[in-house]
Structures are given as C-alpha cells and as structure tokens.
Design a binder for this molecule. Sequence first.
Ligand code: FES
Ligand code: FES
Length: 207
Amino acid sequence: MKNRNKKSKKTGNISRRGFLKGAGITAAGTVIAGSGMLSLQAQTAEKDKTLGPGTINIKMNVNGRIREMNIEPRTTLADALRNELHLTGTKVGCNRGACSACTVWIDGMPVLSCSTLAIEVSDREVITIEGLANNDRIHPLQKTFIEHDATQCGFCTPGMIMTGAHLLKNNHLPTEEDVKVALSGNFCRCGTHPKVITAILDAASKM
Ligand code: FES
Ligand code: FES
C-alpha cells in the first residue's frame, strides 16, 4: 500500500498537459526527422509559449513611426490600426478575407489586415491609406479617384487605392486587363469599378 502511494505520487509529478504535449512532440518528431527530435522539441516548446489571454505589449512600425500598444494576442491588425491607433482609414467590410476593403501594405505587399494578427507584424513595416500621401501631397491615385469621382459610400475605397497604388508601383503602364486582374479581389457594393479602373489608368498616365 505504502509503495503504491509512492508510485502514484511520482507519476503525479508529470502533469496531464505535460504528458500529452511530450507525447505529441515525440510523435511529430518521429515522423519529421528522428535525429532532429531534440531540436524539434526545443523549437516546439518555444513556439508553444502561450501568449494571453490578457493584453501584451507590442511595437509596430506604422507609416514610418514606431507605435506601441497593449493588445490581446487575438487582435487583428485591422482592429489594432483602427481601435488602438485611431487610423480609421482602413475599413473593415466583411472581416473574413472576402472583400479587400481592409487592404494595407506589409513590407510593401498588399495584405488583408482583417485576416492578419497584429502580433504577426510587430517586426514588419505597415503602410496604411493614411501613410500613402507624401507629407501633405496626396498620392496621384488619390487625386485621380477624386477627379473621376471613383467613390460612392467610400467603404471599399481605401482598399481599392492600396491595391491600385501597389499595382502602379510595380507596373508603370498597366493595361486595363492588368488593372482588372489586380482588383479582382476588391469588391465594391456601390458599383464603382468602371470609375476605379479609369482612375488607375489615368494615374498611370500621369505618374
Ligand atoms: S474586411 Fe478584410 S477582406 Fe473584407
Ligand atoms: S464605394 Fe461603396 S462599396 Fe465601393
């Protein structure tokens, strides 16, 4: 009886969570690379470090400025920009990666900020619609959007401009087809697509 107690006490030193975690890692390590098991275990342990559920402090480079905020790890980039930094130019339409209204640039690439966690971009450069202007000179595409009245309710407009400006950065003389392909993920419920395409082509001819 005494011995049995001793045994169960020893087993009790391994938590159920620790046991399951160890078993899972071992299984994965065996499949991936038997000899690299130890380093895989170390990496997995590092990756599995739990963040939250409370707030954590992060820094982010937004429009050329380092911004600091305390957010829950589940906070999307769109929510961090809008609610923490009050950069409300970025719009949230569908909030599920289907409309591109929330498009921002991360390291120069258009990305859906509603489907990106803020903690994922803490070491990257984020540019929002507010950062597209050159000091007080608006981007040529913002100008042609105004000139061609390429906006109605305006909800999709920041995403359209961030996508269009990225196209013009990489393709100085896009065809109408190029523009349509670039905008294929951007939806406008007000039906401004024809004017948006005209505005982008006009900006290309002026830049
Ligand atoms: S709000 Fe992000 S894709 Fe629609
Ligand atoms: S202008 Fe209203 S959704 Fe595009």
